[in-house]
Design a protein around this ligand. Structure first.
Ligand SMILES: Nc1ncnc2c1ncn2[C@@H]1O[C@H](COP(=O)(O)OP(=O)(O)OP(=O)(O)O)[C@@H](O)[C@H]1O
Length: 271
């Protein structure tokens, strides 16, 4: 790898900003099974890109490669233009890549607000334990800033009324929304959302769609979304990539993908 991850700035004259995250010709094989072959996909700041495909298409494997959990057998992953293929998930997270998982990962015995503050604290506040024990003014100021940021994100997510509830007491739909808020509070450059609507009622997934849109506009982060609920993806994403048998079968706007005959045959049920 070379260089460092830098903020992605729109270069003068370009219509679209450069991709924040890009998988280039990625291949992964498990024994004789090609889970991914020659997959190229990118996502840009301010955009929601949907990733769909039938069971076994390779969506989870691609998320694992993008987030650094799995090294690809071939191809590279670029984050803000830099080849990060050799970097692990912690490094990528530290540089602004956040992933939510299908299983819930909240701290059940912390309040909703504290779940967000903890998500900000993992970077550390500078000064270590001594600064904590001495309650240095700089540390107290940083804590106040983190609470303000957490409250701002709770507000954007429509979660302010739940801020003092213990996360472990929340029903699935609300808990999923808190997970999203946790992922966003640390100002990621890119968010990988893995089945964010699973377990949600249809009213809750409408709420989720509105919140994701609001967060993307406010934070100008890039979102890549894997979701089995195709209608949800089509309603939210501006661009959709369809994987099938480890390859990109189609890519385009939701309308283009819906009209694509190969996609209809392989996935959406013909017709
Ligand atoms: N650890 C593994 N060992 C062996 N084969 C695997 C492994 N993980 C995934 N596969 C295979 O790789 C292919 C892609 O799987 P993957 O889980 O990425 O698909 P997916 O699109 O996420 O599927 P689903 O929608 O069911 O979650 C499948 O054929 C799967 O059986």
């Amino acid at each position: 790898m070379s260089g460092t991850v830098v903020d992605v700035a729109e270069s003068a004259g370009d219509v679209a900003p450069p991709p924040v995250l890009r998988a280039e010709n990625v291949g992964v094989a498990f024994g004789g099974v090609n889970a991914l072959s020659g997959v190229t996909l990118e996502v840009r700041a301010g955009e929601v890109c949907g990733l769909i495909g039938p069971n076994g298409a390779g969506k989870t494997t691609l998320f694992d490669v993008l987030s650094g959990i799995r090294r690809p057998d071939s191809g590279v992953v670029r984050f803000a233009g830099v080849d990060v293929s050799a970097r692990g998930p912690v490094w990528r997270a530290r540089h602004g890549m956040r992933r939510t998982f299908q299983r819930q990962q909240l701290f059940g015995r912390l309040t909703v607000l504290d779940n967000l503050v903890v998500a900000e604290e993992w970077r550390g506040g500078g000064g270590g334990i001594a600064a904590d024990l001495l309650a240095l003014p700089s540390r107290r100021r940083r804590e106040r800033e983190r609470r303000v940021r957490a409250e701002e994100i709770l507000d954007l997510c429509g979660l302010t009324d739940l801020r003092d509830k213990y996360a472990g007491t929340l029903p699935v739909g609300q808990a999923r929304m808190v997970e999203l808020a946790r992922a966003v509070v640390d100002t990621p450059k890119v968010l990988l959302l893995d089945e964010p609507a699973s377990g949600m009622s249809s009213a809750e997934s409408v709420w989720l769609g509105e919140v994701v849109r609001r967060l993307v506009d406010h934070e100008q982060c890039a979102v890549l979304l894997v979701e089995h609920d195709v209608a949800f993806v089509m309603g939210l994403a501006s661009r959709v990539v369809v994987l099938n048998l480890g390859e990109v079968l189609a890519e385009g706007t939701p309308a283009e993908v819906r009209a694509n005959q190969a996609v209809r045959d392989a996935y959406l049920g013909g017709g």
